[in-house]
Design a protein around this ligand. Structure first.
Ligand code: ADP
Ligand code: MG
Length: 683
């Protein structure tokens, strides 16, 4: 008997090789397969008398095999199987190529269904390579004479095989636990889960396909919304330090800056100040392009937290970045005690401390502590923590929040990211967060000149780069992940490094940065680059080169077609900090028109949000920069264009939580949410 946990290799006709292919599709158990939905359907449900099959159309007929034999086409060296099939209305010739085994499967006298294209040659009409299926006792079909599901597949695994296996596991649909509350199903006219799972694979008609898809999309979107709301509600239940707005000091601080804040900075700072004063933990994401000045917005928050007698911790993704932030804040706030805690350096301001190994001492004797994520892994108790900031991360994880929570109060949370998140995406995935956006860059920045470099122009581009480097500037080279086996892009970066240092720029100092390096070595390389001891830094896309290197003016991106536009935009933002003119060169291995069209957008568009929207259009949400890394669940069947269902799911989740915040009345739903709920309630 098949149960949900049955491994696929235990199913009929699944050998080791097939199991491996299924695994490539992420399918291991019977349940995985049950939840592996078709991405489209072919409607072969209309059965025509053979005499009514018309050339140029596609049709299904039902007939008797009168003749079947293999022949060989002489000059094409193809094996051809020819058959004659007839019903009461007439006969038709059927042709298959290179499937000689068919004569073993289909015998004279067999009743079969055929679905396929009606062709024409000098002998008259015939069916070319139709799907075929013998008519069994039940009369039920899988591959023909119905609406036939089409699944995404992988090399050497046919849809016919997948359908056969799905059919085997389909009875599980009847036992699937329907965790969606009955009243929600009723309110939104949803069909039940068992029916949806059956119909999604082997639908009886087009309307039931629609109903099944609706229900399964709803499932997915509803769970995401529910999780978001539970997180949000839970945070709202706790209290946070009341940080009142110190208007006078804040004005004094901004007036002393050598520049005026942009409107986006002002607006974002204002939203944050409002949150801080509300007595509930802020949970806000600050979005703005690289260079838009997010640090300054954080600084205003930090200042107010300090003036109210609380401390802030700020976490960066690398030591170098932490050090840069530390230096920035030391200059900005001469009257604050600022701690630095990284693996290699621990201090307060620039004083070497006696207790400089004592992280806890530094933390609880500083007003602002800057460090890497290691800061909160030590389970150190942070007294009077008012605000926690993470740089280049989309949100605090549940675990991070737990680690930072005090006995009575929770601190305020601010995450900062350069990822532009399209609106529909934030609606679905970021419902637990409030979002502030800095739309503009500070005035006076030079526009980065972006070029798509064709293979013939590659050498010219290298010459140009050589000239820039000779005049003292520096450059980045970003390498793509080339194949599955090279998950971190290490191979491609190493090859590029070799090519550049040996063949192209033997006279220059080239550096290499990739994720397999020890973190000390990474930091060392970045430091050398920062100090202009390296002219060109070759890096994988996986390594976040979030360091501010104002002297770098050149960004070269290899295999640019492999990246999303928003991601390219973020790489590009790494140059153009000083008054030098900066350049971004996009190299592509593909000469496809579609690729060129997509990349050309980069040469004219400088708006991260617009580019992210384009990515959604071209490649779907998984490709928008950062999504993969940010723990967003992959959507299986729903898409971000399912506006109506997104809205329905959101309102359903909202109403449910309002009525029963702890889901006491909904044990099946609680089960479905599983340990997610436990984690939330621990907070
Ligand atoms: P990011 O948003 O990428 O973190 P930063 O906060 O590092 O950007 O700011 C980039 C640079 O711009 C810094 O050198 C900062 O001092 C400067 N800057 C910030 N705000 C402004 C402004 N309003 N006008 C001019 N320069 C600014
Ligand atoms: Mg920054």
């Amino acid at each position: 008997m098949i149960i949900p946990e049955t491994p696929l290799e235990n199913l009929l006709r699944v050998g080791k090789a097939t199991a491996k292919k299924l695994q490539n599709l992420g399918l291991r158990t019977a349940e995985d397969l049950l939840f592996y939905f078709p991405f489209r359907y072919e409607d072969w449900s209309k059965i025509l008398p053979i005499s009514q099959l018309i050339y140029g159309t596609a049709g299904t007929c039902r007939g008797r095999v009168e003749l079947i034999k293999n022949t060989r086409s002489f000059h094409k060296r193809k094996n051809i199987t020819e058959a004659l099939v007839s019903d009461n209305s007439g006969s038709i010739k059927v042709v298959w190529f290179n499937q000689p085994f068919l004569t073993k499967i289909l015998k004279v006298g067999d009743e079969i269904f055929l679905s396929g294209k009606v062709d024409f040659d000098r002998f008259g009409i015939h069916l070319t390579s139709p799907s075929y299926e013998k008519i069994g006792v039940s009369g039920e079909t899988t591959h023909t004479a119905r609406i036939v599901p089409v699944y995404r597949t992988t090399e050497n695994l046919t849809n016919k095989q997948i359908r056969f296996l799905v059919k085997l596991v389909a009875p599980l649909a009847l036992k699937a636990e329907d965790w969606l509350p009955a009243e929600i199903q009723k309110d939104f006219s949803l069909i039940d889960l068992n029916k949806a799972l059956r119909q999604i694979h082997f639908p009886e008609n087009v309307n039931l396909v629609k109903a099944a898809r609706h229900r399964l999309k709803f499932n997915e979107l509803f769970l995401i919304q529910l999780r978001n709301l539970l997180l949000k509600n839970n945070l709202q239940k706790s209290t946070a330090p009341m940080v009142s707005f110190r208007e006078e000091e804040t004005k004094k601080f901004t007036a002393a800056l050598p520049f005026k804040l942009t409107d986006g900075q002002r607006q974002s700072a204002w939203e944050i100040i409002g949150d801080l004063a509300a007595g509930k933990p802020m949970n806000r994401l600050l979005e703005g392009d690289v260079g838009s000045g997010k640090t300054m917005v954080a600084a205003i928050a930090i200042l107010n937290v300090f003036l109210n007698g609380y401390r802030t911790i700020l976490m960066a993704s690398t030591e170098i970045l932490a050090k840069q932030h530390f230096n920035t804040f030391c200059k900005l706030f001469s009257n604050l005690k600022i701690g630095l805690v990284t693996r290699s350096e621990k201090k307060i301001n620039n004083n070497e401390l006696e207790k400089n190994n004592d992280t806890e001492f530094i933390i609880n004797n500083s007003d602002l502590i800057v460090g890497t994520h290691a800061l909160i892994q030590d389970n150190i108790k942070i007294n009077k923590l008012g605000l926690a900031v993470v740089d280049e991360q989309h949100r605090f994880g549940v675990k991070q929040r737990q680690a930072l929570k005090g006995d009575k109060e929770s601190p305020h949370f601010l995450s900062m990211t350069a990822t532009p998140i399209p609106r529909t995406m934030s609606l679905v995935f970021y419902g637990d967060l409030d979002i502030s956006v800095i739309k503009e860059l500070p005035a006076g920045r030079k526009k980065i000149i972006t070029k798509v470099v064709s293979p013939e122009k590659r050498n010219a581009a290298y010459e140009f780069i050589r000239k820039e480097i000779k005049s003292g500037r520096q450059g980045f080279v970003i390498c793509p992940l080339i194949d599955q086996s090279d998950k971190l892009g290490v191979k491609s970066a190493k090859e590029e490094y070799k090519k550049l240092s040996q063949e192209i720029f033997p006279e220059l100092k080239i550096g290499l940065l990739h994720g397999k390096m020890k973190s000390e070595d990474k930091e060392e390389t970045m430091r050398n680059f920062l100090e202009n001891k390296i002219n060109i830094l070759v890096s994988t896309s996986v390594v976040e080169v979030g360091v501010d290197v104002p002297n770098a003016t050149i960004m070269m991106i290899e295999g640019a077609e492999r990246f999303g536009l928003a991601q390219l935009h973020q790489f590009r933002g790494r140059v153009g900090r000083l008054n030098f003119q900066s350049y971004c060169f996009l190299f592509s291995d593909s000469d496809g028109e579609e690729v060129a069209k997509r990349l050309m957008i980069m040469t004219t568009c400088n708006d991260g949000f617009a580019l992210a929207e384009k990515d959604l259009e071209f490649r779907g949400p998984g490709e928008v920069w950062g999504v993969r890394q940010s723990g967003i669940p992959d959507l299986q069947i729903a898409t971000l264009t399912d506006y109506a269902i997104i809205k329905e799911a959101k309102s359903a989740a909202k109403n449910l939580i309002k009525k029963d915040p702890d889901l006491v009345e909904y044990p099946d739903l609680r089960d479905k949410l599983g340990n997610f709920l436990e984690k939330v309630h621990l907070e």
